[in-house]
Ligand binder design. Structure first.
Ligand SMILES: *[C@@H]1O[C@H](CO)[C@@H](O)[C@H](O)[C@H]1NC(C)=O
Ligand SMILES: *[C@@H]1O[C@H](CO)[C@@H](O)[C@H](O)[C@H]1NC(C)=O
Ligand SMILES: *[C@@H]1O[C@H](CO)[C@@H](O)[C@H](O)[C@H]1NC(C)=O
Ligand SMILES: *[C@@H]1O[C@H](CO)[C@@H](O)[C@H](O)[C@H]1NC(C)=O
Ligand SMILES: *[C@@H]1O[C@H](CO)[C@@H](O)[C@H](O)[C@H]1NC(C)=O
Ligand SMILES: *[C@@H]1O[C@H](CO)[C@@H](O)[C@H](O)[C@H]1NC(C)=O
Ligand SMILES: *[C@@H]1O[C@H](CO)[C@@H](O)[C@H](O)[C@H]1NC(C)=O
Ligand SMILES: *[C@@H]1O[C@H](CO)[C@@H](O)[C@H](O)[C@H]1NC(C)=O
Ligand SMILES: *[C@@H]1O[C@H](CO)[C@@H](O)[C@H](O)[C@H]1NC(C)=O
Length: 686
């Protein structure tokens, strides 16, 4: 485990979270003095290193490798920023940023310095080959001047090429080492690499509204000059990739210098959260979907996403680097894997090994060679680990959850800010696959298996909600999260993670997942943004109907927008069993189907209080308690829920309230945030 890198990440994200809390649209990082921990959050392109409390953008003479001539390197903050947005509702927008850094460009043995150093915005973290000498680690002889470089830089050049004014100048470089603007620093009394050495401060300001870039430079301690050394008009949108990285590049030639960064501050306006994928494609997709669903739901969704985002931001906890150490010493923690072993196990995260892509990252199939067992390795996308400490504390909870209907967590790995979780491999994939992707191998799931799967899910849910001293809310119950082991037992995956990974990609806001998630989300979640046991039960109801009917929750069917409404109408008309999947060809137990359909409807009650609790669900499935009475019309959704909870339509006033008889001893409402039950747990059967 690279503890140090995690500390560094913690530090930087602490800063990040802090500034987010104050102003959600600004990223602010203060980096340095530098030590190895920064390898975790910076992409250090060799031969660049971090040593002597500095980023050595080209090799350092005291680093044991004296090849100082003809080298180039890059160090970039390993996190991209959205630097501009296309038209659309808000019109074109370009991000503003400020950066300041303390540098030491040092001539070795007082020899002539070379070649130069640059502050850089780049589309990726790769160092171009052969970018030494005049290319400053920015371009090379093939790529120079090519607009596809996506490179904008402020150079500090110590060698005069034929296109340069002198050997001590600052320049604005766009895709090319031939600067668009240059200014000699001689008149400002600045020598970039003076004999004897000096530290300099550089400030680069960019205003995305006026589209002006300014760069200032002064000797350390002299303060920021009143006027910039270089001012240039520049629309970043025309030159850099939408998602770009910030950092430094430098090179040496036959003459060489040390290119050291001692401290670095970076402030970037966040146009849209990178995770929210505010790109046109997704927006368009979303709009399309929402038009389909209806304007009303669309605004529901917006309110929901908004309040969820607000809620998550508020709830983001402070970071605690100690936690990691504590975690490592915890007995019974899942095992920590070496990154290289997981890399090997998945054949370097080969696309061919990809099992799927969830809300939080990509899952790969792997083979642990020593143990000779198959595993599923979930690789979290980097931006997901903002709430790292929450994640780790959640991991301790997840780890203590042991149930035969939960996918078992085998271990974890944390490397350079990247998190990986290792789970038991589920040979039969997801329920979703078996219900909807019949192919040569997947024959249609028979009734008994369907019943067994639902029963397993109920058992897992009951366990999560009640049996562990701390209630765990799944939040993301849906067919694609229900895995099937070799005997087609249901195993819930991804439990508890949503709470830990507090970011905009949790289930409700996962824009990409809108069509795949909508029918599973309880209506109140769009108001509260908060997942509860009741909202889990709602998701469970959607899964039950999906499994029995063989239709997705959001299927438009029989003139209804959602599966649940159609089933409800059949119930009203006394034709409930017509909802059962036709592909079963009447091969099912009618009493069981009736029971599950009624249960599915009861769980889909728009009012959270009225949904059955997991214990009742369990009893209904096991047949020990009769199916719940369900009113003929689906009750209206009321927000906020009226006190007392009974909000049935007038049309259903003559029916028995759904609560009667089958939600017995459960004390229910949770108070505040402490989601705890006080009654004694009940062991799941089966
Ligand atoms: C490295 O730097 C970070 C941040 O400045 C600091 O918290 C940490 O203690 C340093 N680690 C070492 C080994 O010096
Ligand atoms: C020094 O740099 C050269 C050129 O990249 C490399 O081949 C060599 O392995 C390095 N030596 C050490 C000791 O790092
Ligand atoms: C950058 O600095 C200038 C001057 O200090 C300030 O007016 C501006 O708001 C800053 N921009 C950002 C994005 O921090
Ligand atoms: C970074 O910002 C802090 C405070 O905001 C300031 O004290 C420090 O001098 C700055 N460092 C650099 C390198 O700009
Ligand atoms: C600098 O000078 C010292 C002593 O003169 C010598 O040993 C060293 O190799 C020189 N370093 C370089 C990089 O030329
Ligand atoms: C320049 O860099 C590109 C990309 O790194 C590479 O494909 C190309 O071969 C390089 N050109 C030279 C002359 O090295
Ligand atoms: C650096 O490379 C240039 C050609 O790109 C070559 O002429 C020169 O000899 C090299 N210098 C050293 C010290 O290797
Ligand atoms: C964001 O967009 C990229 C490419 O357009 C895509 O690969 C990625 O899955 C998207 N992520 C989300 C959360 O939409
Ligand atoms: C930087 O981030 C990229 C993409 O998230 C990842 O592939 C790479 O391993 C990271 N590198 C380091 C040093 O963290």
């Amino acid at each position: 485990m690279d503890l140090q890198s995690s500390i560094a990440i913690t530090i930087s994200f602490l800063i990040f979270s802090f500034s987010q809390a104050q102003n959600p649209q600004i990223f602010h990082g203060e980096f340095g003095p530098f030590n190895e921990t920064y390898y975790g959050i910076f992409e250090v392109e060799q031969p660049a290193t971090i040593s002597n409390s500095a980023l050595q953008i080209t090799p350092d003479s005291i680093n044991g490798n004296f090849t100082l001539a003809n080298r180039s390197g890059r160090v970039l903050f390993n996190r991209s920023f959205i630097l501009w947005e296309d038209g659309g509702v808000g019109g074109e927008r370009v991000a503003s940023f400020n950066s300041s850094f303390l540098i030491n460009i040092f001539r070795v043995n007082n020899s002539e310095p070379g070649e130069g150093f640059a502050f850089l915005i780049a589309p990726d973290t790769e160092l171009p080959e052969n970018s030494h000498g005049q290319y400053l680690g920015l371009t090379n002889s093939t790529t120079d001047s090519n607009p596809s470089n996506g490179v904008v830089a402020i150079e500090l050049d110590t060698v005069k090429q034929e296109f340069d004014p002198d050997d001590n100048h600052m320049g604005l470089n766009i895709h090319s080492v031939i600067s668009r603007n240059t200014v000699s620093l001689v008149d400002l009394g600045i020598e970039i690499a003076p004999v004897g050495g000096k530290n300099h401060m550089v400030w680069v300001h960019y205003d995305g509204n006026s589209k002006i870039m300014e760069a200032y430079m002064a000797e350390e301690g002299k303060g920021k000059p009143a006027t910039p050394a270089l001012t240039a008009e520049l629309n970043l949108k025309d030159h850099v990739r939408q998602k770009s990285y910030f950092g430094f590049a430098a090179s040496t030639g036959s003459n060489f210098q040390l290119n050291c960064v001692l401290k670095w501050n970076l402030t970037v306006e966040m146009l849209s959260d990178p995770e929210a994928n505010g790109s046109g494609r997704d927006k368009k997709k979303l709009i399309k979907i929402c038009v389909g669903i209806g304007v009303a739901l669309f605004s529901f969704l917006l309110i929901g996403v908004g309040s969820l985002v607000y809620y998550l931001h508020r709830k983001r906890a402070a970071s605690d680097p100690k936690l990691l150490r504590a975690l490592q010493s915890l007995p019974g923690m899942p095992r920590e894997f070496q990154f290289k072993d997981l890399k090997k196990a998945t054949n370097n995260f080969d696309e061919k090994h990809k099992l799927g892509q969830g809300g939080f990252g990509v899952v790969y199939k792997g083979m642990l060679p020593k143990e000779n067992i198959q595993v599923a390795v979930k690789k979290f996308s980097r931006d997901n680990i903002k709430g790292q400490d929450d994640f780790l504390s959640e991991l301790t909870v997840i780890n203590r959850l042991r149930h035969k209907h939960l996918v078992r967590l085998l271990g974890w790995c944390h490397k350079n800010g990247m998190l990986l979780l290792v789970y038991d491999y589920m040979p039969n994939g997801s329920l979703d696959n078996h219900l909807f992707h019949e192919d040569e191998e997947n024959t249609i799931l028979g009734w008994n298996l369907r019943y067994k799967i639902i029963s397993g899910v109920a058992s897992a849910l009951h366990y999560l909600h009640n049996e562990y001293d701390q209630t765990v809310v799944h939040r993301d119950l849906k067919a694609s999260n229900i895995m099937l082991d070799s005997e087609f037992n249901a195993r819930l995956g991804d439990f508890g993670l949503a709470r830990a990974l507090e970011n905009e990609k949790t289930s409700y806001a996962e824009l990409e997942g809108v069509p795949g998630t909508l029918g599973y989300i309880a209506p109140e979640c769009f108001h509260t943004g908060k997942a509860t046991r009741e909202s889990d039960v709602y998701g469970f109801g959607a899964v039950v109907l999906e499994v029995v009917c063989g239709q997705r929750p959001w299927t438009k069917i029989g003139g209804f927008q959602f599966l649940v409404d159609w089933v409800w109408s059949l119930h009203r008309e006394g034709r409930l069993l017509e909802a059962v999947d036709e592909r079963l060809d009447h091969e099912y137990a009618a009493d069981e189907a009736q029971r599950l359909l009624l249960l599915g409807l009861a769980c889909s009650h728009p009012i959270a209080n009225e949904r059955p609790k997991t214990q009742a669900i369990f009893q209904i499935i096991s047949g020990s308690v009769p199916a719940p009475p369900v009113p003929p019309f689906r009750p209206a959704f009321v927000w906020p829920a009226a006190a007392g909870g009974m909000d049935f339509d007038a049309s259903s006033a003559d029916t028995t309230p759904m609560t009667s008889g089958w939600t017995p001893q459960y004390i229910s409402r949770e108070s505040g945030g402490a989601e705890r039950y006080t009654d004694s747990p009940v062991s799941p059967v089966g």
